[in-house]
Design a protein around this ligand. Structure first.
Ligand SMILES: [Zn+2]
Length: 412
């Protein structure tokens, strides 16, 4: 039997990996070691036909769908470890403008392709490893027109809805009467959020910060706390809102960090945003647009989101919620300025999708700018995170103390 060079190379790699595993101190294998690993990706073809090949250490299942505006192809696969060369996916070829990959849920990874124009998925399959070659995911795209793209995309969405179990109603309410605070660390998984000059990622900074804030609130014992994510998982914007509404939250606090593109000035300081249809200024509008892109980045199908909030009752609830949100934003600014630098206009509003719960007072806090050297130093510092979390906990306590009394007085 002829053994091809490729087999030897593959076996060689395998033995190197096995040897280094044997040298490691004993201990249970980590989850990452048991996951399939994506090891390489290549693009071929042109503007009429484009092929992607991604190598994996073993065969995986996949589900493919498309999304319009912007045109994207989304490939869902089981959780894998992506060990691809740096900058993989940052530029594309032919019909693929760029692509990104990462976790979108517990146990599930996703690859999202941005297209240069509408394309049809001609083939999508995974071939098993054989003859020393790795398992390979093959995706063939063929150029199409907008109408055909939209038709197929709608058909895929209908098929997916028919096959899916209904989403559960969120966490149980339970018998605990203490007011519930929902903390929402922005981004996660495939969506890293903004990045600092040395690769510091917003999703990590805000998760750690939210955990510190949670500890403080829980230690005080007067409030229950629920996080929209507690690990590096992507959560769609509408789900974050739904988590707060289903759980009957008294307050929703979304936590982010901002950045300005190079050459667009050097803003710094924390800002607190509330919801409005018209943005207070162009910077607020830019930021809302950027934060709202989370779903686009992660390939969430917005058409499948039920339009469960409409009508005049919502308007009435919203008006009250809005005024509570603004009151809370003022309290936050008042407390946060004792712990950290605020932006020169710290209170602003714009159309953030994550602030759209009609019945839960909601604010979005941008802790600072990772593009500013001093802010970044603060954002990465334990001391700053603790002081600022203390200040926010005081504001939450002060707001809820007064509003819980109001609610009791009004309830009869
Ligand atoms: Zn953000």
């Amino acid at each position: 039997m002829a053994i091809r060079t490729a087999s030897w190379a593959f076996l060689g790699l395998f033995f190197v990996a096995a040897a280094s595993a044997a040298e490691r101190p004993t201990g249970p294998p980590t989850t990452a070691e048991s996951l399939p690993v994506a090891t390489g990706a290549r693009l071929g073809g042109d503007e009429s036909q484009t092929r992607l090949i991604m190598d994996f250490t073993r065969k995986i299942d996949l589900r493919v769908f498309t999304l319009a505006d912007p045109y994207r192809v989304v490939v869902d696969i089981p959780e894998v470890a992506f060990q691809l060369p740096a900058k993989t996916g940052e530029s594309g070829r032919g019909l693929i403008k760029a692509f990104r990959f990462g976790l979108v849920m517990q146990g599930g990874s996703r690859i999202v392709f941005d297209l240069t124009k509408p394309a049809r998925v001609e083939k999508a399959f995974v071939v098993d490893a054989a003859d020393g070659a790795p398992a390979r995911l093959v995706l063939d795209l063929v150029a199409t027109d907008r109408q055909s793209f939209l038709r197929r995309s709608a058909a895929e969405a209908a098929a997916a809805r028919a096959g899916l179990p209904r989403a559960n109603g969120g966490p149980a309410k339970g018998g605990d009467p203490r007011p519930l605070v929902v903390l929402d660390p922005g981004h996660g998984g495939i969506d890293t959020g903004t990045k600092g000059p040395h690769g510091e990622e917003e999703k990590d900074i805000v998760l750690d910060f939210a955990q510190r804030l949670r500890e403080r609130l829980e230690k005080a014992g007067q409030y229950r706390v629920l996080m929209t994510r507690t690990d590096d998982t992507f959560v769609p914007l509408a789900d974050r809102v739904r988590i707060a509404r289903d759980a009957g939250a008294a307050l929703f606090v979304s936590i982010h960090a901002d950045s300005l593109p190079r050459g667009e000035g050097d803003a710094r300081g924390a800002s607190i945003y509330t919801l409005s249809e018209t943005a207070t200024d162009s910077e607020a509008a830019r930021l809302a647009e950027k934060e709202n892109r989370a779903d686009v980045i992660a390939g969430v199908d917005l058409k499948s989101e039920p339009d469960d909030v409409a009508g005049i009752l919502i308007d009435l609830a919203e008006r009250e919620t809005k005024s509570y949100s603004v009151q809370f934003a003022h309290k936050l600014a008042g407390e946060m300025k004792t712990a950290t630098q605020l932006h020169k206009t710290p209170l602003k509003s714009a159309g953030f999708r994550v602030l759209r719960a009609p019945d839960v007072p909601s604010v979005l806090v941008e802790l600072g700018y990772v593009s500013n050297r001093d802010d970044l130093q603060s954002l990465l510092s334990d001391g700053w995170r603790n002081h600022t979390a203390d200040a926010m906990a005081r504001a939450i306590d002060s707001y809820l103390a007064s509003h819980t009394v109001d609610a009791r007085a009004g309830a009869n």
